[in-house]
Design a protein. Structure first.
Length: 349
């Protein structure tokens, strides 16, 4: 990680990006006088109305501290301890949450290996074929990431097919939308459409210009019974809620979600074009703000001396470059030029 100190902005994760100035300004505006805690304040009231305008009048939204909290709360609100969640093997809930869904929600995760991060109805049917008897957890939810951890985006038709399967089998559909804004920009839709027929949505903004705070949106309001108490129970109730809410007032009310996501997606496409011109093909379709490619180990090691990014699968040399709302085109071009030169040297050895 010694390269991390050499650049102001990196390609390791959009979590590393700065907070958008409009969000900082919103926080300053909210930082005046006293306000009742735990969400009983005017800013939160306005923000809850914005969520209803965005996701439907019947939806109910609960702001939480982080994406893991939203995911855990979603699972805990809908499932009982003898039930389980079907998800992709790369899913954030399976590999990046330190076992929180199993420990806190107390359910089983049934993972499915995929090449592009996406689940299909046939994959789900095959995975659950031998489940459902007294000695196994009962599948009760399908959880998908939109976009996936490999940067691919479910089409509206693909999500509709999964939704139909869930209705057929009496499962719930959960969408982990930490980067839902990027998916919506790619699809050319609103946020609600990008979530498809989800019952529960973990909606994020931290990766797209916010400081902190995510949201659990109950698109199926029948599942929201007791959600306020559950939020406290799973340690996700913020006392000074107005500061989480103020960020979403700008994010949703002023269209910042779309502006920032459009920029990071465009930068990813710029990087894709640059690496293609240098003879390197992305490992996955570039549909959101991430670019994945397989590199020879010497090339990766050389680049990491000057740039900070993650190697997702060392056995394949799979590198991930995440573009953030605050990256500059000049940074994309400089990295691509360095990558091309390093590839040429590596191939010459």
């Amino acid at each position: 990680m010694n390269g991390a100190t050499m650049k102001k902005r990196w390609f390791a994760s959009d979590n590393n990006a700065t907070v958008h100035p409009a969000v900082m300004a919103a926080l300053s505006r909210a930082n005046v006088g006293h306000a009742v805690g735990y969400g009983d304040d005017p800013v939160t009231e306005r923000t809850e109305l914005l969520f209803k305008e965005t996701f439907g009048a019947d939806s109910q939204t609960y702001l939480v501290w982080n994406g893991t909290g939203a995911n855990v709360m979603a699972i805990a609100s809908a499932l009982r301890p003898w039930e389980g969640v079907i998800c992709a093997g790369h899913a954030h809930i399976a590999v990046d949450e330190a076992g929180a869904p199993e420990r806190i929600a107390g359910v089983k995760l049934f993972t499915i290996d995929t090449e592009n991060g996406k689940l299909t109805p046939d994959m789900v049917r095959e995975r659950v074929a031998d489940l459902g008897w007294v000695h196994s957890n009962l599948p009760r939810m399908v959880s998908v990431s939109q976009p996936t951890e490999l940067g691919t985006v479910y089409s509206e038709e693909e999500l509709a097919a999964l939704g139909a399967l869930c209705r057929e089998r009496n499962y719930y559909l959960h969408v982990d939308g930490a980067r839902l804004s990027n998916a919506a920009v790619h699809l050319g839709t609103g946020l609600r459409e990008a979530a498809g027929p989800a019952d529960l949505l973990s909606f994020g903004g931290t990766k797209n210009g916010l400081m902190n705070g995510e949201a659990l949106v109950f698109l199926n309001p029948a599942l929201a019974t007791g959600a306020g108490n559950l939020r406290k129970n799973v340690l996700q109730l913020a006392s000074k809620m107005r500061f989480l809410s103020a960020q979403y007032e700008v994010y949703l009310g002023e269209g910042l979600w779309k502006e920032n996501a459009a920029r990071s997606n465009a930068l990813a496409r710029r990087l894709e074009a640059a690496i293609l011109s240098r003879g390197l093909s992305p490992a996955q379709a570039v549909q959101a703000n991430g670019v994945f490619a397989c590199l020879p180990t010497p090339v990766t090691e050389s680049l990491l001396e000057r740039w900070f990014f993650y190697v997702m699968d060392a056995s394949r040399g799979l590198a991930r470059w995440m573009c953030s709302w605050d990256n500059e085109e000049s940074e994309i071009d400089a990295f691509a030029e360095d990558l091309g030169a390093t590839l040429s040297l590596g191939r010459g050895k």
